[in-house]
Design a protein around this ligand. Structure first.
Ligand code: AOS
Ligand code: ZN
Ligand code: ZN
Length: 393
């Protein structure tokens, strides 16, 4: 693409100014693999400090105004107080992520466990999460179930689906008017033979049965290698069942690396589907969340970089010449249509984003500005003994 014409430029800048990306509290804590968690200096010691870090990301990017919580990793006495603290810092509390995977009781599953007592315990936690949403004003309950089996015959696949449907419908009934369930799927891990929600089809079927307040969330690291994620995006959007994303990138499995690092072209293709369906606007109700772990890289800086990667992919998607694309598609001109997309993808949008930040009253280079701010030095000296993100804590 050569020069961006003025009307395209103002349309693209307006869309980018309104873009909203949600960060995740657990990205700021120490994390690692099952082999080792490498501690970093200055990491948050409690949910308040995680929010302070998320607010720092927003301060330098201007497009990350909410932070998702994970319960009980972010358990506090008073959630209204936490929400007030977030507001004071210039951010809001986003999705509440339930955790029915870290207790010994859940060895054979949570809501699909063959033991009704364990199922009741898991359901009580999910209700507690909705109570928390009431206190924080959060709209989204994000449900990811580690439930599944490791060996053929271990449990009835169908009975587990029945138990899942029962729990989901109990939670659904408990939702307030403006609240919704975002149901996440994952191909494998921690279960290796069956996961009870392994794919978008299963999540979609459950959400369809539940009703309009249940939608699917796509974690970009939760598919078989080679899966065409933008196809899933298109199908779910068409059905009005795409609730959001857990963005990250992966080379192999659920690597949880920075979004746009492993495959920026895939991220662009995903954002093209979003833009072409006019689903970037907040009113479309798609939550663009990050679900990442920064095991070896500096965390706040990595989250800033991730936000910028999403912005870059979005800017390129917004630059796709929709009318040239439609006419090439109508003419059956395969190569011309592909070229329209590639033209946009190959545009260097970094100058445009620097201008956008200038217009928003931000420093054009958020990473340099963050480094210069001395925030990391300040928290490194004031926070001693930061916590793990959740697991192993
Ligand atoms: C797990 O693989 C999922 O991606 C969930 O979204 C999970 O709750 C999140 O990664 C925090 O561990
Ligand atoms: Zn996820
Ligand atoms: Zn995951």
């Amino acid at each position: 693409m050569t020069d961006i014409d003025p009307s395209t430029r103002s349309r693209v800048l307006a869309a980018l100014r309104d873009q909203r990306i949600e960060t995740a509290s657990w990205a700021f804590g120490n994390s690692g693999t099952r082999f080792k968690v490498f501690a970093q200096a200055g990491v948050p010691r409690n949910p308040y400090e995680k929010i302070a870090d998320a607010a720092t990301v927003h301060r330098f990017t201007g497009v990350a105004p909410t932070v998702a919580l994970h319960i009980p990793w972010d358990k506090v006495e008073d959630y209204a107080d936490l929400a007030a603290y977030a507001k004071e810092r210039g951010v809001g509390l986003g999705a509440i992520n339930a955790n029915v995977f870290q207790d010994d009781d859940y060895k054979l599953g949570s809501v699909t466990n063959p033991d009704p007592q364990v199922r009741a315990k898991a359901l009580a936690h999910l209700f507690e999460c909705v109570d928390i949403m009431d206190a924080t004003g959060s709209r989204d309950l994000k449900l990811w179930f580690s439930d599944g089996t490791n060996y053929p015959g271990q449990d009835s696949i169908r009975a587990r689906q029945d138990r899942l449907a029962e729990a989901l419908s109990a939670v659904y009934r408990r939702l307030g008017e403006d609240q919704r369930i975002l149901l996440e799927y994952k191909l494998f891990e921690p279960a290796f033979y069956t996961m009870d929600v392994p794919d978008w089809g299963t999540a979609f079927a459950h959400c369809l049965a539940l009703g309009g307040k249940a939608q699917v969330v796509i974690d970009t690291g939760h598919h078989a290698p080679g899966t065409n994620i933008e196809f899933i995006v298109a199908v779910l959007l068409r059905a009005g069942k795409l609730g959001g994303f857990d963005f990250n990138s992966r080379f192999y499995a659920d690597d949880d690396l920075m979004v746009g690092a492993a495959d920026p072209f895939q991220l662009f293709r995903i954002m093209c589907e979003i833009v072409s369906a006019d689903a970037l606007r907040a009113e479309a109700g798609i939550a663009f969340m990050l679900d990442q772990c920064h095991n070896i890289e500096p965390k706040i800086q990595a989250v800033i970089r991730s936000v910028m990667n999403v912005q870059e992919a979005t800017a390129k998607a917004l630059l796709v010449d929709a009318s040239a694309l439609a006419s090439a598609q109508r003419d059956g001109d395969v190569l011309a249509a592909n070229e329209v997309l590639m033209d946009a993808y190959q545009t260097d949008v970094r100058p445009l984003l620097r201008d956008l930040r200038g217009e928003m009253g931000l420093e054009p280079d958020p990473i340099a500005a963050y480094k210069q701010s001395g925030y990391l030095e300040t928290v490194t000296s004031s926070r001693v003994g930061g916590n793990a993100a959740g697991w192993g804590a």
